[in-house]
Write a protein that binds this ligand. Structure first.
Ligand code: SF4
Length: 375
């Protein structure tokens, strides 16, 4: 199956070229949460910038403190090296202090040729969170209207939202059929991460094609793991996990599962877009409580059947890091094995990371054997 899927996966560059040919504008979007549907209603293709990994970060580093994460450092370096010269708009959601700092540097110092738009999220749940975000989305709508010279009608905004809701439903189905698909962890996450830049209609079509290969009789004998963090970079880690005799059965990645939003309920497009983000999966970057996060993780562990958890953090990602001692304590009390790892997305995957994941998997195998799991 994987051999038939991989050739269909376009690169970001190809999607930008294809978008240009079909008359779309292109927006470079920094992590994490934003209303994709709003951009698409303006006929703007969002291309998300999660790093990229393996960039020479010296140019970005001169503008940033040494303790800023590699996602922001790489993103800024990539921009300074001309990597975003083909885009029409740059959107920087303020999901954490590092991204907020990046937004300010772009707006006040670097001033790229493209308009830079900031976008604020409510940093905690409360009575006015949806209302606040709906107003932010409406401001973004007005700003995009000034840039493009037109404003989509309410029905067009709603149609774009329904399409994104359909795509999120399709992703949930993909997670649900994870065990029944003959896909390695690397291939699975390449597919899921196409949400970062592929046109929504093409994404839905591709996922449906993959889902048509579901084999209900298939049993995955590898050890299921849940991985939580910002993003699975360097992506080689996914291949290494499979080599240990485990696989990624579920995730709580900010770039993946945490952005599979549910349906909104309002028929006001701005409120509906806000509902989707605010009421979506908990995320440190939305200020979710520990209880919300634990309840969500517990649900993911049950759904995926995960026997162990990898907390896979980007170095210097403080919002993520603050929860770890408490999440580790909770996992320990539940008797779930866990390992916490930190990576710099620009570095090659350290052998030490592979060793620690291997040790986690061996511990789980040992416990299963001790319990007579293999008969
Ligand atoms: S890795 Fe963490 S600190 Fe860096 S941009 Fe993402 S959320 Fe912010």
């Amino acid at each position: 199956m994987s051999a038939s899927i991989i050739p269909d996966i376009p690169s970001r560059k190809q999607v930008i070229e294809q978008s240009r040919r079909s008359g779309k504008l292109v927006a470079a979007v920094f992590p994490i949460h934003y209303p994709r549907e709003l951009l698409r209603a303006f006929n703007i293709q969002p291309i998300e910038v999660w790093g990229p990994p393996k960039v020479d970060v010296r140019s970005g580093a001169t503008h940033l403190q040494p303790y800023i994460c590699s996602v922001v450092k790489s993103g800024l370096s990539f921009l300074l090296q001309g990597g975003l010269s083909d885009v029409d708009v740059i959107l920087v959601p303020h999901c954490c202090d590092s991204l907020q700092g990046l937004g300010s540097i772009l707006l006040d110092f670097i001033k790229p040729k493209q308009p830079v738009l900031a976008f604020y999220l409510p940093r905690r749940r409360g009575d006015s969170d949806v209302e606040f975000l709906a107003k932010e989305i409406e401001s973004l709508y007005n700003r995009l209207g000034e840039i493009t010279g037109f404003k989509p009608a309410k029905d067009d905004l709603l149609d774009a939202t329904f399409e994104e809701e359909k795509a999120d439903e399709t992703v949930l189905l993909l997670y649900d059929k994870r065990r029944k698909l003959s896909l390695g962890s690397y291939e699975f996450y390449r597919l899921i991460r196409l949400r970062e830049y592929m046109p929504v209609e093409d994404f839905i079509k591709l996922v449906k094609k993959v889902l048509s290969a579901t084999d209900e009789r298939r049993e995955n004998k590898s050890i299921p793991l849940l991985v939580s963090g910002v993003l699975p970079e360097p992506m080689e880690v996914l291949r290494e996990i499979d080599k240990t005799g485990a696989y990624v059965a579920g995730d709580d990645f900010a770039c993946c599962r945490r952005r599979v939003y549910g349906k909104g309920v309002s028929d006001d497009p701005f409120i509906r877009m806000a509902e989707r983000i605010v009421l979506g999966p908990p995320d440190p970057m939305k200020g979710s409580s520990l209880e919300e996060r634990i309840s969500f993780l517990e649900g993911l562990i049950m759904e995926s059947g995960a026997k162990g958890v990898v907390l896979y953090n980007v170095k210097f990602c403080e919002p993520e890091h603050f929860y770890y001692p408490l999440i580790r304590g909770w996992l320990r009390r539940k008797g779930i094995n866990c390992v916490q790892i930190e990576v710099d997305i620009n570095d090659p995957l350290p052998q030490q990371v592979v060793t620690r994941i291997t040790a986690l998997v061996e511990t789980i195998k040992g416990a299963q054997e001790a319990n007579g799991y293999f008969g």
